[in-house]
Design a protein around this ligand. Structure first.
Ligand code: N01
Length: 526
């Protein structure tokens, strides 16, 4: 076939659709039993998208965006999964997707100039192009805590949640991890469990989401203006425009009253707008401290016990780890059935069949790991992908991911990554970035076919320049200042490199310019 796609989340689904539209033969393989990717796997209670539903949706079909009706400001996981299934039905995507099947190897055959791809279902495929729609947060990170496997009760990872759900009623539950997943799940688990113990290594900042039912008038207004709204999104660094305008001044130039009023207004609105009031929040530590202090003051306002509030107050800069959005997260610690354990101060020594041992012992019936993912590279490097001279992608990326435009890797001809490292990806509205990548890839293959080009691969020079570019942008921001999954710092032994590219509009301009310039920076062979 022309294109083999790994994964049938939103990236893989659209790749199938777009490739078909371009007249290419295409097939996707998906490990899950259905479409939806991250929304298929992450079924933990409280799972919800932090990007507003009217934005977190495909824009490639006007009919689709008109006919689909979101019900809440932020869609919950079940609704997003229904949307993914609706798209699959509407565009008849399943006929070109094989489910319950994992691609295990993909080797580039230099003589035949094709990818030879095998699956755990015994498929043996030959394809001209390999597209990795593997998702950025799909490879679950299970911590290597001594004795974890010995735990007698069930252990669940938020990223691999059982489809039938989990009954916490009356149980003593332990949650390890307080990132976005933990912060969303903890209030729901607390409401159901007999007792909940949260094991926190790093406190996180979280802004109220202020979720609620969508106002039909607002929906009608958005639908009437979708093309304009989508176009405005593309001008934003994060690829989506929020309801409150971005501030254009420095936080250091306003007085306390003005600063406080702006923070308060954004806090009340809810969501990522909180960090968008001033231009220097992610550029200057001094500026950042104002927003961080404000967010910490909100924790002290909500949490009744001052000692608990102190443990819940993050020490790192705000926004450096991915900002979390919550519904009654901090309020949960006022419940009589919830305890917080500071495992930075008292690390977990081991897990026994009965529970978790720190300086004290916590007896548990159920353990929940909200411990995140081997982000951005994990789902790619765990596949046996080999390019020229049998080089594996895991070896090529052993010192951190290297690529050009976040789309192609030197030594791996005719292979594309969708929203991989080196592209704006996780720092944007993923649906926008996914579509931009898929459109670019489809255009690229069409252009190459028209010109009789058989292989495309980044030059070493272009790739080196790109890696330097991605890092140099990150280095002027505060992003690299703490241990985040953006840097791979959450996975022991992973090379510390800031993986996503900051800034969507410049990136799109560069991708378009490269295409218009005959794929400058790529080596093409005929
Ligand atoms: O994972 P995380 P996540 N011992 O890596 C802790 C997206 N997402 O699944 O910070 C003890 O953020 C770890 O502690 P520390 C979103 O982009 C989106 O929550 O490393 N603790 C941390 O507290 C998000 O950022 C949405 O010290 C350990 C937690 O586990 C990304 O997915 C919803 C540990 C992991 O936090 C990942 O979020 C959910 C160990 N050995 C997720 N190892 C929405 O849009 C790790 N931890 C709604």
């Amino acid at each position: 076939m022309d294109v083999v796609v790994v994964g049938a989340g939103f990236a893989g689904m659209y790749m199938v659709h777009k490739a078909r539209e371009a007249g290419l033969s295409v097939h996707a393989f998906e490990a899950g039993s259905g479409v939806g990717g991250t929304w298929y796997w992450n079924r933990y209670p409280g799972a919800r998208c932090d990007v507003e539903s009217l934005q977190y949706s495909y824009e490639f079909s006007e009919e689709l965006q008109q006919e689909w009706n979101w019900t809440e400001r932020y869609a919950g996981q079940p609704e997003i999964l229904s949307y993914a299934n609706h798209v699959a039905d509407r565009f008849d995507l399943r006929t070109d997707i094989t489910f319950n099947t994992r691609i295990t190897t993909a080797h580039f055959d230099e003589d035949a100039q094709v990818w030879r791809v095998a699956t755990d279902g015994g498929h043996d495929i030959e394809a001209r192009y390999l597209v990795l729609a593997t998702g950025c947060l799909s490879s679950a990170n299970t911590p290597k805590i001594p004795g974890l496997e010995s735990f007698a009760g069930p252990t669940y990872h938020t990223g691999k949640w059982p489809h039938e759900g989990v009954d916490f009623a009356g149980k003593r539950v332990g949650v390890i991890g307080t990132g976005s997943s933990g912060i969303q799940a903890i209030p729901h688990i607390a409401a159901e469990a007999g007792h909940l113990t949260v094991f926190q290594r790093t406190a996180n900042y979280s802004v109220p989401a202020r979720n609620g039912a969508l106002d039909p008038d607002e929906v009608a207004k958005v639908k009437a203006n979708y093309p304009e709204i989508r176009a405005t999104n593309a001008m934003e660094g994060s690829a989506f425009k929020t309801a409150l305008p971005r501030g254009e001044g420095s936080v250091l130039e306003v007085d306390d009253a003005e600063r406080h009023a702006d923070f308060e207004r954004r806090w009340e609105h809810g969501g990522f707008v909180f960090l968008q009031g001033f231009i220097d929040t992610m550029l200057s530590e001094e500026a950042n401290r104002y927003a961080a202090d404000f967010a910490r003051s909100k924790i002290r306002e909500v949490v009744s016990d001052p000692a608990t509030a102190e443990i819940l107050s993050p020490k790192q800069l705000i926004g450096c780890k991915r900002l979390c959005l919550d519904t009654e997260y901090f309020e949960t610690y006022n419940r009589p059935n919830v305890d917080l354990v500071d495992i930075a101060a008292n690390p977990i020594a081991e897990i026994t069949p009965q529970g978790v041992q720190t300086d004290e012992f916590y007896e548990l019936d159920v353990l929940v790991l909200a411990t995140g993912f081997d982000a951005m590279t994990g789902s790619i490097t765990r596949i046996d992908i080999r390019g020229r001279d049998g080089q594996t992608i895991a070896d090529a990326w052993s010192a951190g991911p290297k690529n050009y435009l976040g789309l192609g890797v030197e030594g791996f001809p005719n292979m594309f990554t969708i929203t991989g490292p080196g592209s704006p990806s996780v720092l944007t509205n993923m649906l926008v970035s996914i579509q931009q990548h898929v459109d670019w890839i489809a255009r690229c293959i069409t252009d190459l076919d028209a010109d009789g080009v058989t292989t495309i691969e980044p030059t070493n020079e272009a790739q080196t320049e790109w890696v330097t570019h991605v890092n140099s942008i990150a280095d002027v921001t505060l992003y690299p200042s703490c241990n985040s999954w953006y840097l791979g710092a959450n996975v022991p032994g992973k090379t510390r490199v800031f993986m996503p590219l900051i800034g969507y509009p410049d990136y799109v301009e560069r991708c378009d310019a490269v295409a218009a310039d005959g794929y400058a920076g790529f080596a093409l062979t005929s």
